[in-house]
Design a protein around this ligand. Structure first.
Ligand SMILES: [Zn+2]
Length: 209
């Protein structure tokens, strides 16, 4: 009979030390940068000297693929005529519907897909991710129609090796995934940090000393 050796997770102080070492080498925390401002992907430059972004710089990705920017491009393409809609979300949905028959809407969406694809290609080359998910109400509306074109652009722009191991899809958690993700941060901290701290001893009453 062959006895199979199984590796049990270390417990106690040794287990805690090993977990800390593992986290140091393979941190599962988001990268925040030195002043917590990392990850501003929307404000990376995709067109030097390009359109003015709300951050004050020119040529940011957001100035080309943000919902408000895309709607503004469509308004310009229609020589100032606005698209019907009670808010940005319904107006954006109307723009996507208009693309069935309007060549101006098609051009605006095509341009946004190419810029978004270029931005994602930058992410692929920088971070070599396994999966990229488009989310938020605008990302879901836009991706539902333009995902094939976005993937095409990423394939053309990204390095072949990292792109071959990356999938690009739509978020399945609905339009409020960002809020859900934010809510998991304190829960994750509680589970990974507080759970490993030794339980506090109850305060000793004076008459127990
Ligand atoms: Zn910007």
């Amino acid at each position: 009979m062959v006895r199979r050796r199984t590796r049990r997770p270390a417990r106690g102080r040794r287990g805690h030390r090993l977990r800390r070492q593992r986290e140091r080498h393979h941190p599962r925390r988001p990268y925040r940068g030195s002043t917590n401002s990392a990850g501003e992907w929307g404000h990376t430059t995709v067109q030097a000297g390009g359109r003015r972004c709300r951050c004050g710089a020119r040529g940011c990705l957001e100035a080309y693929v943000g919902a408000e920017a895309v709607l503004e491009r469509f308004r310009q393409a229609r020589r100032g005529r606005t698209t019907p809609g009670a808010d940005n979300e319904s107006t954006f949905a109307a723009l996507l519907t208009a693309a069935d028959t309007s060549s101006a809407a098609q051009r605006v969406l095509e341009e946004a897909a190419v810029y978004l694809g270029a931005g994602i290609a930058n992410l692929v080359n920088l971070f070599n991710p396994q999966r990229i998910i488009l989310g938020g109400w605008a990302g879901l509306l836009f991706g539902a129609r333009m995902l094939p074109r976005i993937r095409e652009t990423v394939a053309a722009q990204a390095l072949r090796q990292p792109y071959a191991h990356t999938t690009i899809g739509l978020c399945r958690l609905g339009p409020h995934a960002v809020a859900l993700g934010a809510a998991t941060v304190p829960v994750g901290r509680f589970l990974t940090e507080d759970a490993h701290r030794p339980a506090r001893r109850p305060a000793t009453a004076p008459d127990e000393r």
